[in-house]
Design a protein around this ligand. Sequence first.
Ligand SMILES: *[C@@H]1O[C@H](CO)[C@@H](O)[C@H](O)[C@H]1NC(C)=O
Ligand SMILES: *[C@@H]1O[C@H](CO)[C@@H](O)[C@H](O)[C@H]1NC(C)=O
Length: 407
Amino acid sequence: MLGGVADDNGKDGGSNPAPTRPPPGRAALPTQLLRPLLLVALLATCFLAVVVLLGGSAYSVLPRLSVPADSALHAPPSSSLPQRVRLRQAPLERWTRAPSTAWHDMTDEELLWAASWRPTKTGRYPYRRVPKVAFLFLTRGPLPLAPLWERFFAGAGRELYSVYVHAMPGYHRPDDFPPSSPFHRRQVPSQVVEWGEVSMVDAERRLLANALLDPANERFVLVSESCIPLFGFPVVYDYLTRSRQSFVSSYDDTGPGGRGRYPGGLAPEVSLEQWRKGSQWFEMDRALAVVVVADERYYPKFREHCIPTCYTDEHYVQTVLSIEAQGRVANRSVTWTDWSWGGAHPATFWEAHVDEAFLKRLTTKAGQGNCTYNGRTSELCFLFARKFAPNALQPLLTLAPKMLGYG
Ligand SMILES: *[C@@H]1O[C@H](CO)[C@@H](O)[C@H](O)[C@H]1NC(C)=O
Ligand SMILES: *[C@@H]1O[C@H](CO)[C@@H](O)[C@H](O)[C@H]1NC(C)=O
């Protein structure tokens, strides 16, 4: 455009230096006017040249400055490979990025579908993946022991763990915790949970599914508001991420509280011999978490037939994984619970129970006992303990640095 205008002007100026009779509809161009016009044309030409030069060089610089992640694969082969590698920032970002917040608008159906995605290509991850431990807090609402957990998490880099909180709906309080807290805005969309009902298993699957949305989460541990960590974060992290098995309590109880609860309606998917019982407080790896959230074979049958006195949370995960992941579960929980008081609920420890002797018992052979870890006998068997009442917080905070190794 600019060039065309300059040409016309030049032609007019050259061929008609002093027209005596201007053609109709065309104004005469006195020489006084022609000079400024030529000047304008010259400036316009210079401007165009500058634009082309700058634009051209800017274009040639562009791909090296910012390669969009998706186009990195299509970039032409370059002789300066090291430079390209350096500038290929997170080429798999789209597949590896964690959601920025735990909250979302998905329905359970949408969530379970989204969480069931997994790479079918096996082998090494083609990027530097730092596995995270996801802590799934299944709570009624308040987290009275949060200050203890905050000290536990203070011993860890943020890239090593993630937190998800399932609380009663209506308990959504995004600003319960300050931005510095690991619990800040970690509540997931939740539904009502009733003790012993299938809604408990729904909440567990919902927690697993939310945590699966972060591709870095590799181990998933279910805890409650009355659980405490028995060791510092590095011990817990190493124990879980180096384990070849998942810690799901699962055993064949032939008594009335075990086989006695088997609902015949589960056959043929689950036979009496396959029926398992175990503690609700599981820990599992990513592959097993996907099995649980993607399950469409067992879940509908449990939902229909395992109703009190069949308590789904003591049978569903335990039975399904013993069938679908044989040999990949250790058949024991890493969460210590004291059933010695008798009854349907485990012992609850209060302020008065928590002293040095008690915590020493939990963290040493007396409380830890014997177990198998990666095929060997281990004296480290429990990483967490429950149940602790809210008023146990103060003695726990006081004793944690000396007895639990954090705080
Ligand atoms: C767990 O129990 C199952 C039987 O339900 C058994 O096949 C498996 O070997 C056990 N795993 C371990 C680690 O003992
Ligand atoms: C732990 O296992 C070892 C070896 O099997 C055994 O000698 C020891 O008595 C066991 N300890 C306890 C507390 O069960």
